[in-house]
Write a protein that binds this ligand. Structure first.
Ligand code: ADP
Ligand code: MG
Length: 254
């Protein structure tokens, strides 16, 4: 199967980021296929978070270009990028501990910056705010906690709430930076299922250290080391590569 340009939601070309002469990301040309879960892995300091910051325009690139849906966004303002549907989880969302779970999602939906206004156009008025909040809570399995103060949620469920407030922006593409960080085994299983569900109608780019999560969720994996792409492929193609084993042993024993 040959893929055309239109099959890719994100394409970076020669993306480079220098911090005071130190090259954190070097000449990265990455293509993300629409509708996939694409994982970015690599040891600490490899440049994964910097890549996220470049793609979401939180950081200006030193060189190279970024295309989203075939349109160049290399110089587009980060709010504009988010409004177009490229959203980094936890970038805008914050959990208000004193408010109920439902009110947290309601506020996220009423945020004036997102795409959310389209729900209030007359032609979509079938979707009342309350229904939309409930649908989002159901999507992350929090409906039964709707009337609890968000501060009472477990850490894992707070992360699910953050995901709901991110999904409130109706992103076409979701970037998740270490979604399993700090979660216990049970929460990891639950969060994996939520990500899989969210990815059914979206594209996901995910940085994740937990390789069994990467294995079970990802369609494609790109390995970064020292700011450069080392290799890319399916889990089985990537995981047994000596450089990956070495890189991950390096992390595991750090
Ligand atoms: P990763 O997410 O893969 O662990 P990062 O993208 O956070 O790696 O960092 C890549 C490299 O760039 C690291 O060496 C880090 O110290 C450096 N770096 C990241 N952000 C900055 C910054 N704002 N200023 C200077 N150096 C930075
Ligand atoms: Mg990082």
């Amino acid at each position: 199967m040959t893929l055309s340009q239109a099959d890719y939601i994100i394409e970076t070309r020669g993306l480079t980021k220098e911090f005071n002469g130190f090259t954190a990301v070097r000449d990265v040309s990455l293509k993300i296929r629409r509708g996939t879960i694409h994982a970015l892995i690599g040891p600490n300091g490899a440049g994964k978070s910097t890549m996220f910051n470049l793609v979401t325009r939180f950081l200006p690139a030193t060189a190279g270009s970024i295309l989203f849906n075939g349109q160049e966004i290399t110089h587009t303002a980060p709010e504009q990028v988010a409004r177009r549907g490229l959203v980094r989880s936890f970038q805008i969302s914050a959990v208000f501990a004193g408010l109920t779970v439902r009110d947290n999602v309601r506020i996220a939906l009423q945020r004036p910056t997102g795409l959310t206004y389209r729900f209030w156009k007359p032609e979509t008025s079938l979707h009342h705010l309350h229904d939309r909040v409930s649908a989002l809570l159901a999507e992350v399995d929090l409906l039964e906690y709707a009337d609890r103060p968000a501060g009472e949620l477990s850490y894992g469920r707070k992360r699910a709430l953050e995901l709901a407030t991110t999904l409130a922006l109706d992103p076409e593409m979701l970037l998740l930076d270490e979604p399993m960080a700090g979660l216990g085994v049970e929460d990891i299983a639950r969060t994996s299922a939520l990500i899989k569900r969210a990815a059914a109608s979206r594209t996901v780019l995910m940085v994740e250290h937990n390789l069994s999560v990467v294995e079970s969720l990802s369609d494609v994996i790109t390995v970064l080391t020292r700011g450069e792409v080392l290799l890319e492929g399916r889990y089985a193609e990537v995981a047994n590569h000596p450089a990956v084993i070495e890189a991950y042993l390096g992390v595991a024993h750090a």
